[in-house]
Design a protein. Structure first.
Length: 286
């Protein structure tokens, strides 16, 4: 069994018809709404509503009920491919205050930075620091991708390409968890494995431990199925029929490590399309 900090993490797309409560009932213990938005000092939801619980009252009730069904964390994620993170250099103190008020009002337990831009790492570090100062119990997480200088060299974390936007915040221990996107980058190769190999889960975890502070929990993320990512364990010819048990075995291999933070999937909605096979296979390891 894994350590008690380990989470079964799933991103929940804000434009779909699955509620936080339904996700919790499937066994997700950390549900990450994709996406919230930051526009200057203004905080809100991408598309202005969470489709499955579209009113403010409904969303607050949904989040509260999800917690009663086993969701330990309900996180508000900004960024993504569409980039909903646009602080425009507004004061980090003002933005942190608005963000903390918003999260607290709705019942979110933290914020996730899924940044896929070449942005200001110093600003991000200061924003995280300001959030923690105001609300020490709020979780702060990030969802970096991986890259490397040359095949076989150590992995490092990026927002996109070779941009190491997260480095300062990671080194200053701002993040409680890192939800690593172990997909969509076909070239990194660690100990003979690429993101198309299922054992990249354990091998990348072991390699990343070298550069991530010991206090930070590491969560290796995978797509739910072939539709969920451009390059992954699901995009190779002849995907094994037992791929989900193989994924579970990989998490099992690392789950006793004190830095093991659980498993992550993009996304709960895509997992639902294939009968929740990912969460069913993995949740008992967590």
């Amino acid at each position: 069994m894994s350590n008690n900090k380990a989470l079964m993490v799933g991103y929940l797309q804000s434009w779909s018809n699955i509620t936080f409560t339904q996700a919790a009932e499937q066994g997700y213990t950390a549900i990450v709404m994709a996406f919230g938005k930051i526009d200057g000092a203004t905080v809100g939801i991408f598309g202005d509503a969470f489709a499955a619980s579209p009113s403010e009252t409904a969303l607050k009730a949904d989040i509260k009920k999800a917690k009663s069904k086993g969701a330990q964390q309900v996180l508000f994620s900004v960024g993504g491919e569409i980039n909903t993170y646009n602080p425009n250099n507004v004061s980090t103190v003002v933005l942190a205050q608005n963000l903390v008020e918003y999260l607290t009002d709705y019942g979110f337990t933290g914020v996730d930075f899924d940044l896929e831009i070449d942005g200001d790492g110093k600003y991000l570090d200061e924003l995280c620091q300001a959030i923690k100062r105001l609300a020490p119990t709020l979780l702060i997480t990030a969802a970096p991708q991986v890259n490397q200088f040359a095949p076989g060299s150590d992995l490092y974390l990026v927002s996109t390409g070779h941009f190491r936007m997260y480095d300062q915040a990671i080194n200053n221990n701002r993040f409680d968890y890192l939800f690593i996107q172990a997909y969509n980058n076909p070239w990194p190769k660690v100990d003979g494995s690429k993101e198309t190999n299922v054992d990249f889960i354990s091998k990348s975890f072991i390699n990343l431990k070298k550069s991530i502070p010991a206090e930070t929990q590491i969560v290796i993320g995978e797509p739910a199925n072939r539709d969920a990512a451009g390059t992954s364990i699901f995009t190779v010819p002849n995907v094994p029929v037992n791929i989900y048990p193989l994924i579970s075995d990989q998490y099992q291999a690392i789950c006793k490590d004190p830095q093991f933070g659980g498993a992550m999937v993009w996304s709960i909605n895509l997992d639902a399309q294939t009968g929740y096979q990912f969460v069913k296979a993995v949740k008992d390891t967590i």
